[in-house]
Ligand binder design. Sequence first.
Ligand SMILES: [Zn+2]
Length: 263
Amino acid sequence: MESRRVAVFEICVGILLIVIGFILWRWSKQILWILIYPPPLAKPLIESLPFLFWGLGALLVVDGVRRKIQDTRMQMHAKQSRLRNSGRGEVAMRKDKLLLFGKFYDVEVYKSEKYAILLDDRKIRIRMPGSGKPRSREYEYLRKWIRGKLLKMLTNFLREYERVMKAPIGKFYIKNQKTRWASYSQKRNIHFNIKLAALPKRIIEYIVIHELAHATQPNHNRKFWYIVEKFCPDYKKRKQELKEYSLVIQKSKIWQKMLNMYT
Ligand SMILES: [Zn+2]
């Protein structure tokens, strides 16, 4: 049984014992009457029983409450440290912000003559004709803009690592894949997921290295991870972070809207 349920159980049993103790105390005389020939010890025993129940009940209630407080504290602690460790303490509260290259941005849409997207430290300002609230057209425009940024970053990483890893590639594509972050085909083409644009640059770098390592090792065997580690020594940490980001993207309203429109 989990600790929280134990606590509730203890408190309930404790209260029950206290109630039984009260009943015994109130009716101890009547109980004594039921016994026609009470043995000599019966009277002090029945008279002391309520105190025994109260004592036990109180102990259980106190312990249950203590357990409950401890449990709540531990949960809060775990949640805080999880958020702190991931370095993205705002994740849970910022579902409606856009996660882009590992940073959260407010998205604001303005009516304007021309199309434009401006990015500063905290905000992405979308300027487009006839806009108010973000609607499908805004998401489409934003998605194209994001795709362009990702394309540029991937091109740079691929150019760099293709050379240093001596891993030639064919073409590469950016797509909306349901499950995979990227894949390396037999024809040496790489498919990247558009969702990569939500990740910090260093994790995108790990994914590029990972895919290029497939040029010589199709499977995730020891040799494969050896190659990855050679070019990305802390790949385990980046891999772990990648998992955490998947969840954040799943929870992000803007990302989900952009992905749903992607055909
Ligand atoms: Zn792989």
